[in-house]
Design a protein around this ligand. Structure first.
Ligand code: SAM
Length: 212
């Protein structure tokens, strides 16, 4: 996976390649789906959700441009794999998941794998987490209809937000960088397909109450 799907396609950050080589990706899938762990595609997890394609995980991590010790907010814990990759490069991760069963399973999984520095919270992350702001990086692993203002505002100066934005079944991967308190740049990194971000700044107005 690392040689063919990541390095050969231009992922050059050795910290990310090393973290992904170390992590047993099959442990993030249900036992019956473990044969899909190293395929070059997204794979199903519980509750109708997905674990992203390995290349997309690596690319989004690279685009975030974070360093060891940085505090990163993830929206969409899912299996916990992306959070574990971020922890593997030394960042401190707070990850929001709106589906209780997924949040709990990811907590148990990361504990069993000895992954430290990931705090999983149950709730709607579409408006970020102002309590922990400013964040050194924000990564959204579900597709938003537009860039939530709250997420822009919670970036530290110089920090990046990586987020798929667009239609429900096809999005563009965007990188928003905060240059100053009132100046953000935006670059497009190509087409992607993610499951929808639900919640206040996502595709549905109603969402479960926040809890941690
Ligand atoms: N990062 C995950 C991984 O490594 O397995 C994959 C994430 S999956 C593509 C998207 C996840 O976002 C789903 O688990 C979904 O329940 C979650 N989600 C959708 N809207 C959300 C919201 N508003 N707040 C928190 N989680 C949300």
């Amino acid at each position: 996976m690392v040689a063919v799907q990541l390095r050969a396609r231009g992922i050059a950050d050795e910290r990310i390649l090393g973290a992904m080589a170390e992590l047993p990706r099959e442990r993030f899938l249900d036992p019956g789906d473990r044969g899909l762990a190293y395929q070059d595609a997204a794979a199903p997890i519980a509750e109708g959700q997905t674990i992203s394609q390995p290349y997309i995980v690596a690319r989004m991590t690279e685009l975030l441009q974070v360093a060891a010790g940085d505090r990163v907010l993830e929206i969409g814990t899912g299996s916990g794999y992306q959070a574990a990759v971020l922890a593997g490069i030394g960042t401190k991760v707070r990850s929001f998941e709106r589906v209780a069963a997924l949040a709990e399973a990811a907590r148990v999984r990361l504990d069993a794998l000895g992954v430290r520095n990931v705090e999983i919270r149950l709730g709607d992350g579409s408006v970020g987490d102002p309590d922990g702001a400013p964040w050194d990086g924000i990564i959204v692993t579900a597709a938003a209809p537009s860039v939530p203002d709250a997420l822009r505002d919670q970036l530290a100066i110089g920090a990046r937000l990586v987020i798929p934005v667009g239609r429900r079944h096809l999005q563009t991967l965007l990188v928003i960088e905060r240059r100053s308190p009132s100046d953000w740049t935006e670059t497009s990194e190509g087409p992607v397909v993610f499951v929808p971000l639900l919640g206040e700044a996502g595709w549905e107005p109603s969402h479960p109450a926040r809890a941690s």
